[in-house]
Ligand binder design. Structure first.
Ligand SMILES: *Cc1c(COP(=O)(O)O)cnc(C)c1O
Length: 411
């Protein structure tokens, strides 16, 4: 395998050392191939919100498998999943299931362009929307407007129509709209950024973004692949009091199986094939096994009190702050529901620039100290921690103890 992995972050390049090989996991505990136990704060980068191998989810998946895997035809479980999405995101009229977050976003770009009849799209520096050509654009610091390819192999033509704005900065969006009036099809945003560490924008920023896009006839595409079902049973859109034109989902919605989704009002979604002229298809889309896994996960999640999610996040944040201070480290901890992220910086982290002020070497030291003390963390300063919603008070105490030991061991 290339670099020993099938997704680059797993190679541990930003923390060095040997990447973990995982053998199995159960509940909040994950075990590497050498038999070491860790508490899992990665959650497979988002999906495993219920912890691992949840009995109800296992049961549903096993029952689905016994019927066979895929038929290339519609099944009842897809309808149930669509109804579940509607329950969680009431302003969506229609949904289309795909196989990944990347795929949901790619389809949304096409749809936004078709719907508005325009071509340019705006994304925000530091936001990640999967690995499609159009959005693989780095935050070229000196080049606030014109996209520079962030990956080799992405032709300039693919990012010529991609404009970069500053997260949490409505003026940067207005400038782009003024520069290209009547050319912008869609604005793509993570409502809470989770791919530059966790960054929660001001409520007013999201609200202004909504009114601005409405006024200018631009589709607002809210990428909830990470935030969906994380802070409430639904989306972060609720927290900000905004409704997207197109909503993208992934991660939790599949419960650990490959599922993505995009949805919106009928006026937009009816443009998708077979009702409309926007082609989008998938041999395994709506896989009955993946749908069964997602549906069982969402059914379980629905029973959870999301106030608890916020309490869990806040307790982890407090534990990090307390132990860091005790041992003389300066950190800034951002948190949104179950998403937590300690930045090794003394600055307030409000965007990509301030996130980058972090001492990544210090983070790497902390990462390994944590691993040696039984905490499996994302191996990068800029990946969010995803805490499971099932944590008991005793388990949170145990995490606090391990955080304390990790800071102690950094010396
Ligand atoms: C993970 C992620 C994606 C991509 O999803 P994949 O399933 O990895 O393709 C897209 N958008 C956001 C916000 C994500 O966090």
């Amino acid at each position: 395998m290339v670099g020993g992995v099938n997704s680059p972050v797993r190679a541990f390049n930003s923390v060095g050392g040997n990447p973990l090989f995982i053998d199995r996991a159960e509940g909040i505990h994950i075990y590497d191939a050498d038999g070491n136990e860790y508490i899992d704060c990665v959650g497979s980068y988002g999906p495993m919100i219920l912890g691992h191998a949840h009995p109800k989810v296992n049961e549903a998946v096993k029952a689905a498998i016994d019927k066979s895997y895929t038929y290339g035809a519609s099944t009842e479980v897809e309808v149930e999943m669509a109804e579940m999405v509607k329950e969680a995101f009431p302003h969506l009229d229609k949904v289309r299931f795909v196989n990944s977050g990347t795929e949901a976003v790619i389809s949304s770009i096409r749809l936004a362009r078709a719907y508005t009849g325009k071509n340019k799209i705006i994304k925000f520096a530091g936001c990640y929307h999967g690995h499609s050509d159009n959005l693989l654009v780095a935050a070229g610091s000196g080049l606030a407007t014109l996209g520079i390819p962030g990956s080799k192999g992405v032709p300039e033509s693919a990012v010529r129509d991609t404009l970069i704005a500053k997260f949490n900065d409505i003026e940067s969006v207005k400038l782009l709209i003024d520069e290209f009036p009547d050319e912008i099809a869609g604005i793509f945003i993570e409502p809470v950024a989770g791919n530059m560490g966790v960054v929660v924008p001001d409520k007013s920023f999201m609200q202004e973004l909504r009114s601005l896009t409405k006024e200018k006839g631009i589709a607002l595409v809210i990428d909830e692949v990470m935030t969906g079902f994380r802070q409430k049973f639904g989306g972060a859109q609720d927290y900000f009091g905004v409704e997207a034109d197109i909503t993208c989902m992934g991660k939790v919605i599949g419960g650990g199986m490959p599922v993505g989704a995009y949805g919106g009002k009928s006026a937009i979604m009816d443009m998708v094939s077979p009702l409309g002229g926007v082609y989008q298809a998938g041999t395994l889309s709506g896989s009955p096994i993946a749908m069964a896994c997602g549906l069982a996960t969402l059914n379980e999640l629905k029973k959870h009190d999301y106030d608890r999610a916020d309490q869990i996040g806040k307790r982890i944040k407090a534990a990090l702050e307390k132990s860091a201070e005790k041992h003389g480290y300066t950190i800034t901890v951002n948190q949104f529901g179950l998403m937590v992220n300690p930045f090794f910086t003394d600055q307030k982290v409000v965007d990509f620039e301030t996130a980058q002020s972090s001492d990544t070497e210090m983070f790497a030291k902390f990462f390994w100290a944590a691993a040696e003390n039984g905490l499996y963390l994302p191996p990068s300063q800029f990946e969010a921690w995803f805490m499971p919603i099932v944590l008991t008070d005793e388990e949170i105490n145990l995490i606090e103890e391990r955080i304390e030991k990790a800071f102690q061991a950094m010396k």
